[in-house]
Design a protein around this ligand. Structure first.
Ligand SMILES: [Zn+2]
Length: 669
């Protein structure tokens, strides 16, 4: 027993260390695979000895139960907001005010980047993370400890032998990398959800999710800039506080400077003005703080802000340019998006020649006309947007933008579905839509077809050789080889890639079909539940809805998709071409619980629901969310709900937890 405890402690230490190397220091020493192996080893040991699990174990970061709601709790000390300044003159005024209040004192400043994220406060007690709260209105915030725990760069515990570790509060900014922001938005688009406007909104939304598992999947990060250490820690300056935070395993922003006077502060601020665009995250200014804590104490604060710190905001990244034309782009689902073509202008690190105008209403609301001079802005988004028209520059020559009544690509009529802002092309054979659909079909997360890039897709569609995805599998490669810039070798490569993609598997195939609201994750779940395309095509709405994680919106969309003659035709053509339509499950035939449907209710004592689900799935069983006539077993934990009643009505066999364990045990033996 002692040996196991020792093993567990060593594994945790290793995992803590490597977690820190990865998330805090950005300098991993082992591969993800090796990390996973250590993690699994720990998980297995803890599963055998649940009494040895401690709250700061790396396995305990993410809870498996969503929170009901967040409680509002007061901050021990208010999280005041900083006064903003916008010019060097205002910063000099700030210094003058301080000097008046502290005559004869030697002043020193620390300047830090102002991260554009969401403020949080985290309290540690006896070395363990005790509570995490959002900034809220500065006086109280929402308690989101479970979600703070899910951020891997924030330590669950600190060295309790450190004199600073008794009880302390740290404050920081939760943010999201721009790349991650793009990934999340892409996923949301696939799922038919609204995109986040910028990385800050994405971070804020992710922090306030009730399910910390989803928060964990968002790869949030945090920089810490404040700590209220106990006097025993002997910290007397901001500088030392940041160094102590580093030493305890918190991530602080490395781009900071200790400055002896305001001239040095200004030089550092100027230095970062252009450089901040090169970072992976958004920075909206700088924070200047008095370094010595005793001086801060003497300066105190007004009712709104501390007197010892100030924020400097860089001017918004806007530029003026002219709209040469407004064109309309057609997306995969036929959505028409107006796009402004601009006179090229340099803005935050790149030359901009296009800006999105979102939709018809937006163009009308901002009264944007062809020929207008406009301000454009680049936020966290990749595509800049038009902020407003410079009316003083209007000459009267500008042209009102008429949203086309017909699709600019195929000439078909357009329509606006009720409740949506976007206009759509009504022609499902629209070549622009077809091109977008084929791009999706070939993309990495879908069929992952090398050598089938956008330009070759354009050529195939324009030549009339491809009318749907299935046509890609019966190409005339001699003709393909004759295309500009193709040649025989490229055509052969494409042929081989197409051949290879036939075995991509059911999960990818489902995703590649572009069924509305069915993203990569939903496709994975569907392929797990329906072993083949045929079974999925026959699924009824209620079958789909009974699957955990599949909501009514997806269920309805899947059923509608398989009701359309054209879609069925494409699928049968794909089948004829030899595309694999079945899920590959190893030795599925021999799995002891194959095809058995389970529903779980109440609280299990020996494992979480997720663990039960995983165990059953490994044995071939399926866990559904509601009891139907097809359910084989209802597993009842403590306090089973209405499902038990339903199971009795439908004559579904109810299992006690003990019986479930026996069943799993038998299946394993
Ligand atoms: Zn069209």
């Amino acid at each position: 027993m002692q040996k196991i405890q020792q093993q567990i402690l060593e594994l945790r230490k290793k995992l803590h260390y490597h977690n820190r190397r990865y998330y805090v220091d950005d300098a991993p020493e082992i591969s993800d695979y090796e990390y996973d192996q250590l993690y699994k080893e720990l998980q297995a040991l803890e599963a055998g000895h649940p009494e040895l699990i401690t709250p700061d174990s790396p396995t305990q970061r993410v809870g498996d139960k969503p929170a009901g709601q967040f409680l509002t709790v007061p901050h021990a000390k208010p999280m005041l907001s900083l006064e903003n300044t916008y010019s060097e003159g205002e910063l000099r005024d700030f210094e003058a005010r301080i000097k008046k209040l502290l005559p004869g004192e030697d002043l020193e400043y620390v300047v830090e980047l102002k991260i554009d994220g969401v403020g949080i406060s985290v309290v540690y007690e006896n070395g363990l993370m005790a509570r995490g709260v959002t900034r809220g209105d500065g006086f109280s915030g929402e308690e989101i400890t479970q979600n703070i725990r899910a951020i891997r760069s924030i330590p669950l515990s600190v060295d309790s032998a450190d004199p600073a570790a008794g009880a302390f509060e740290v404050r920081g900014e939760v943010y999201i990398h721009r790349k991650e922001f793009e990934r999340i938005n892409l996923e949301r688009e696939e799922n038919g959800e609204a995109a986040f406007a910028n990385p800050r909104n994405a971070a804020a939304g992710s922090l306030r999710l009730l399910d910390s598992r989803v928060t964990a999947s968002r790869n949030l990060r945090a920089f810490f800039y404040y700590a209220d250490f106990p006097p025993e820690a002997g910290i007397t300056t901001q500088d030392q506080a940041l160094a102590k935070l580093d030493a305890l395993g918190f991530k602080t922003n490395p781009n900071r400077a200790r400055c002896r006077d305001m001239e040095e502060v200004l030089a550092f601020i100027r230095h970062w003005e252009g450089k901040r665009d090169g970072l992976d995250y958004d920075v909206d200014g700088m924070v200047v703080k008095v370094n010595r804590l005793d001086l801060r104490e003497r300066l105190g604060s007004t009712s709104k802000s501390p007197r010892w710190a100030v924020a400097f905001k860089y001017p918004a990244q806007q530029a003026a340019t002219r709209i040469k034309d407004i064109v309309v782009q057609v997306g995969r689902t036929g959505t028409l998006t107006p796009v402004a073509e601009l006179e090229p202008v340099f803005l935050s690190g790149s030359t901009i020649s296009r800006a999105t105008l979102h939709n018809e209403e937006e163009v009308a609301r901002k009264d944007i006309r062809v020929g207008d001079h406009v301000f454009i802005e680049k936020g966290g988004e990749i595509i800049p947007k038009v902020i407003k028209v410079i009316l003083e520059k209007r000459t009267g020559e500008e042209l009102l933008f008429q949203f086309p009544a017909e699709c600019p690509e195929c000439g078909a009529s357009t329509y606006k579905p009720e409740g949506e802002v976007a206009r759509r092309c009504s022609n499902s054979a629209c070549p622009a839509q077809l091109k977008e659909r084929l791009r999706h079909f070939a993309s990495r997360a879908a069929m992952d077809i090398d050598h089938l890039g956008p330009s070759i897709i354009d050529k195939l569609v324009d030549a009339g050789m491809v009318r749907d995805a299935a046509d890609l599998y019966s190409l005339d490669y001699q003709r393909v080889a004759s295309f500009d810039l193709m040649g025989e070798k490229s055509a052969r490569n494409l042929g081989e890639a197409m051949e290879k993609s036939k075995g991509a598997g059911l999960k990818r195939l489902i995703f590649s079909l572009g069924i509305r609201f069915v993203g990569a994750r939903a496709a994975e779940i569907l392929s797990e539940h329906f072993d083949s395309m045929d079974k999925l095509a026959e699924a009824r709405e209620e079958d789909l809805e009974s699957i955990h994680e599949i909501g009514p919106k997806i269920a309805r969309s899947v059923v509608l998709f398989f009701r359309q003659e054209e879609n069925l035709k494409v699928i049968s053509k794909l089948k004829e071409a030899g595309i694999r339509m079945e899920a590959v499950k190893q030795e599925r035939g021999q799995l002891p619980l194959k095809g058995k449907q389970f529903v779980l209710t109440g609280t299990l004592s020996s494992m979480t629901r997720n663990e039960a689900k995983e165990k059953l799935a490994r044995l071939g069983g399926r866990v559904m969310s509601s009891v139907t006539a097809k359910t084989d077993f209802l597993v009842c934990g403590e306090e089973p709900g209405s499902k038990l009643k339903k199971a009795r009505e439908l004559n579904v066999r109810a299992l006690e937890e003990k019986e479930l364990l026996e069943m799993i045990g038998e299946a394993l033996s």
